[in-house]
Design a protein around this ligand. Structure first.
Ligand code: AMP
Ligand code: MG
Length: 401
């Protein structure tokens, strides 16, 4: 299957822009679309066959439920069997926006979409392309992140192409996603039977903001844990899998800034490792020894290599979670003498760190890095969301200095 990328101009969207996408969706096919969080792989949420196609294209385990995207709050009453007061308050405050609510599902929602669960995840995205696609199709769109299962989520159309080329007919290109991390997920399905409201996945909407409309909301302890939990299972099935991971071994180094820099420089100088990456910030990038990722020579070499890296993507074993990637072609064609330093946003603005994290992790694979060290991000309103993704990508490998 040919995968087409269609670039859209957000400032003047026309119904014709969506004609092809709507035809594909209405005939049970899949379309990747931008949202304000990450790119989504959309299919008709009421069609179990479309859900099956989504799982197959991503290589996602089919017990991992899909989020249903809507463009009108009234859809809550069609998709959920009961809509608690707290859900309405959260919808009023945060929708359209990066908040997903888990409610008890109505009979209309097929189990194929909910991974067999009796609950359904619902989100009303604010992105104008996603919004118009939902409206012009007249469908509810099941849309998980548009990445190969296990890889970092996609924040640009090119990333979607890398992972899903040949597996879906169309990608709508709306440029870079503003937020860059997936939505905050809250579980309100137990409220009517006296259970506490829970945050199942931290995201751009923080616990503090949620507490203003849902007093007493707490984190599912599993999602903020710094150690892999042996007995406890995350309540969002997707949170149990290795996720967001680059192919190389990622280690987070945490402590005072100077100690972190010293530790990472010392580790990176160790000659037993060949291809090393360092995830730093605008404030710290110049303190590390190595070549900056935006270095002109490195970028020129990468440009020459791009056809090879696309070829290597075809060899990716999409079927298995956290599947191995054949990186030998890249290693052979791109020699790296020094560690590569990536700038992941600025510490003055943690939203910039969130927005750039997944792309940096993908760029580590583009260079076939074997070993990656990352600074830790413990301050700022988005630190729970950022660290949740980073810790999963690192497989819980954290060094305290
Ligand atoms: P993604 O679509 O890639 O953003 O992942 C969706 C996340 O939502 C996964 O972690 C799912 O496990 C979670 N999720 C979706 N539906 C439900 C549900 N009904 N109950 C709990 N978690 C859900
Ligand atoms: Mg995902």
């Amino acid at each position: 299957m040919e995968t087409k990328i269609k670039a859209l101009d957000r400032s003047c969207l026309k119904p014709e822009d969506f004609k092809e996408a709507v035809e594909i969706l209405k005939s049970g096919g899949l379309v990747a679309m931008p949202t304000e969080t990450v790119y989504g792989l959309a299919g008709d949420a009421m069609d179990e066959e479309a859900a099956k196609k989504i799982y197959a294209a991503k290589g996602r385990p089919s017990d991992n439920p899909l989020i249903v995207h809507i463009a009108d709050e009234k859809a809550l009453y069609e998709l959920a069997s009961d809509v608690p007061r707290e859900a309405l308050a959260a919808a009023k405050r945060f929708w359209p926006g990066p908040l997903t609510m888990i409610l008890n599902k109505s009979d209309r929602v097929p189990f194929g979409t909910t991974g067999g669960l009796s609950t359904v995840a619902i989100r009303f995205p604010s992105d104008n392309i996603a919004n118009m696609l939902i409206k012009t199709s007249g469908l509810y769109l099941a849309a998980p992140s548009a990445n190969a299962s296990g890889r970092p989520s996609t924040t640009r159309a090119e990333h979607v192409y890398e992972d899903l080329n040949g597996r879906i007919p169309l990608i709508l290109d709306g440029g870079s996603c503003k937020i860059g991390l997936e939505s905050t997920i809250i579980d309100l399905s137990g409220i009517s039977s006296g259970k506490k409201p829970l945050i199942l996945r931290p995201g751009f909407i923080t616990k503090e903001e949620l507490e203003e409309v849902i007093p007493g909301i707490e984190y599912d302890p599993v999602v903020i844990s710094r150690k892999p939990s042996e007995n406890k299972v995350a309540k969002a099935p997707g949170m149990k899998y290795r996720h967001y991971a680059p192919a190389g071994t990622l280690t987070i180094v945490e402590g005072k800034s100077e100690a972190v820099v010293n530790k990472i420089n010392a580790e990176a100088a160790d000659k037993k490792y060949k291809r090393i990456g360092i995830l730093a910030t605008k404030e710290t990038r110049s303190l590390y020894k190595g070549v900056q990722y935006d270095d002109e020579t490195l970028q020129n070499n990468l440009k020459k290599l791009r056809p090879i890296s696309l070829k290597f993507e075809e060899k990716t074993s999409l079927g298995s979670v956290g599947g191995s990637i054949e990186l030998e072609d890249i290693r052979q064609h791109l020699s790296l003498e020094e560690p590569v330093i990536f700038t992941v946003g600025s510490r003055e603005d943690d939203a910039s760190i969130a927005a750039e994290l997944f792309e940096a992790l993908r760029n580590c694979d583009e260079l076939a890095l074997d070993v990656i060290y990352s600074e830790s991000f413990e301050d700022g309103p988005l630190c729970q969301a950022i660290m949740n993704r980073l810790i999963k990508a690192a497989g819980y490998s954290i060094v305290y200095v």
